[in-house]
Design a binder for this molecule. Structure first.
Ligand code: NAI
Length: 456
């Protein structure tokens, strides 16, 4: 039996390691238990490797479209092993940095499958780690539905998609959330025939409706097909791949089916409920401070029913570390979390949509600036728009954007919404010309009643 530590973290992904780093920084002893690699889904199977693939896809598009920019070049092929090598190098470099950081803060990493065995202990193999506090951060895995068996060969998840050894000729993607749209974009740029099947009537259904429409238009132009408002019924193997039947009888065939219908929490068989932690539909229930029903146990990240985003995990992890230390903390404002789908073009937003505003009975005004009027967007050959929603006679409450590189604009957009700026205040800020950021400025100029490069 060793001395109890201050905190044991179960799961070393974005939420878990952020808490570990911050709590150690505040002077506490921390042990982090991880069955795979510190960095978790985001670093090894999610955000980072997929964005590397999306960058390779962008390079392909740039070469294929080079003549539009007066450069004559020819596209030969996508060297998939080369793409993987580049992607893996990015991941490995970040992993090395992260493990160095963890070590420098004197956090002990215990490799293995951990299990909660008391409100203050985690067991890994034959070792029991006692701690004053426990943080559950076991994350999520791709989920499926009954009748849709993932065989990891023809019916795959994003984990499999990241390590494919060939580019499929054709793919059906089930689900038009971030994962579905990002892979649709990558594979289409790599030359595959892509069809997205989405149960709801639009792509990225949680986004502002006008953003969905702009993405749908851009995807159609790229040759990505979609079946919207279409429910999956069944899948069967064919000689060359899969046949997917939709409710209503329509059948689609392709080499592969990617299942991207959401991610479910990893909470089963880990001793959570036995120790009094409340679990509903697999998600660990917490209060606004990420505290479970058990006073010594907190939970963060994809395991709890909040937005499943790495940066939300970071924020929740820091919140727990600071709360345990006794610092004053504020709950995460989930409306204020910036969201980016890194497809080409990108979709980015922060704050609430007009539909949510209507549900909450908020009277709104809005303005949309079409990127056609933005110099940098024309230079880059991208189209899309920036839409700003403000409370009538009040602050900006939502910013919704589509276009290449708008993911980078959401940093400013989140300052505007989270600082509750008035449209007139933002209209006074000078945006450098010619940049994409001017579109944010122009939308606010329009909303403040003084449009410059657009019609009132
Ligand atoms: P998601 O929940 O965002 O999207 C799943 C989509 O599948 C939904 O639009 C849903 O309506 C649809 N769907 C569900 N059942 C269906 C059925 N039977 N037939 C047809 N369509 C069906 O989940 P996704 O894209 O798998 O991503 C998982 C999580 O990871 C999300 O929380 C997402 O935000 C996060 N993520 C974020 C990224 C980013 O921020 N860039 C990138 C990748 C994932």
């Amino acid at each position: 039996m060793t001395e109890p530590v201050d905190l044991v973290v179960l799961g070393g992904g974005s939420g878990g390691y952020a808490a570990a780093l911050r709590y150690a920084e505040l002077g506490h002893s921390v042990v982090m238990v991880e069955r795979d690699k510190v960095g978790g889904t985001c670093l090894h199977r999610g955000c980072i490797p997929t964005k590397a693939l999306l960058h390779s896809a962008e390079v392909v598009d740039t070469i294929k479209e080079s003549e539009a920019y007066g450069v004559v070049g020819s596209f030969d092929k996508v060297d998939l092993p080369g793409v993987h090598a580049y992607k893996d190098k990015v991941v490995t470099g970040l992993y090395k940095g992260l493990t160095g950081l963890v070590k420098s803060r004197r956090i002990e990493v215990v490799e293995g499958e951990g299990r909660l065995v008391s409100p203050t202990a985690v067991q890994v193999g034959d070792r029991t780690i006692e701690a004053a506090h426990v943080l559950l951060a076991t994350g999520s895995v791709a989920r499926s539905i009954p009748g849709l068996e993932v065989d990891h060969e023809r019916v795959i998840t994003s984990d499999d998609a990241l390590v494919l050894d060939g580019i499929p000729d054709s793919v059906i993607i089930l689900g038009a959330g971030a994962i579905g749209c990002e892979f649709a974009s990558v594979w289409r740029s790599f030359g595959a025939e892509v069809t997205i099947v989405e149960a709801l009537p639009r792509l990225v259904p949680l986004e502002e409706e006008s953003s969905s429409k702009l993405l749908e238009r851009a995807f159609r132009k790229k040759g990505i097909k979609s079946e919207l408002g279409a429910r999956f019924e069944s899948v069967e193997h064919t000689e060359g791949g899969v046949r997917v039947t939709l409710e209503g009888g329509k059948a689609l065939e392709a080499e592969l089916l990617l299942v991207a219908i959401g991610r479910g929490p990893v909470s089963q068989g880990l001793g959570y409920e036995e120790q009094g932690v409340v679990v509903e539909r697999g998600f660990v229930q917490v209060d606004a401070y990420c505290q479970t029903a058990v006073p010594t146990i907190s939970a963060v990240g994809d395991l709890i029913p909040t937005l499943q985003l790495a940066h939300v995990g970071f924020a929740e992890g820091i919140l727990v570390a600071e709360r345990l230390h006794g610092l004053p903390v504020t709950p995460v404002d989930y409306d204020g979390v910036p969201r980016v789908t890194y497809s080409h073009p990108e979709v980015a937003s922060v704050g609430i949509t007009s539909a949510v505003a209507a549900e909450r009975g908020i009277e709104t005004v809005e303005a949309t600036y079409d990127l056609a009027g933005n110099g940098r967007a024309r230079i880059l050959g991208t189209s899309g728009a920036v839409k700003v929603i403000a409370q009538k006679d009040g602050p900006v409450i939502g910013i919704h954007m589509v276009g290449e590189r708008v993911g980078d604009l959401v940093a400013e957009a989140q300052l505007i919404t989270n600082w509750e700026a008035l449209p007139g205040e933002v209209a006074q800020l000078i945006h450098p010309h010619p940049t994409m950021s001017e579109a944010v400025g122009e939308a606010h100029l329009a909303l403040a009643g003084k449009p410059l490069h657009s019609h009132s």
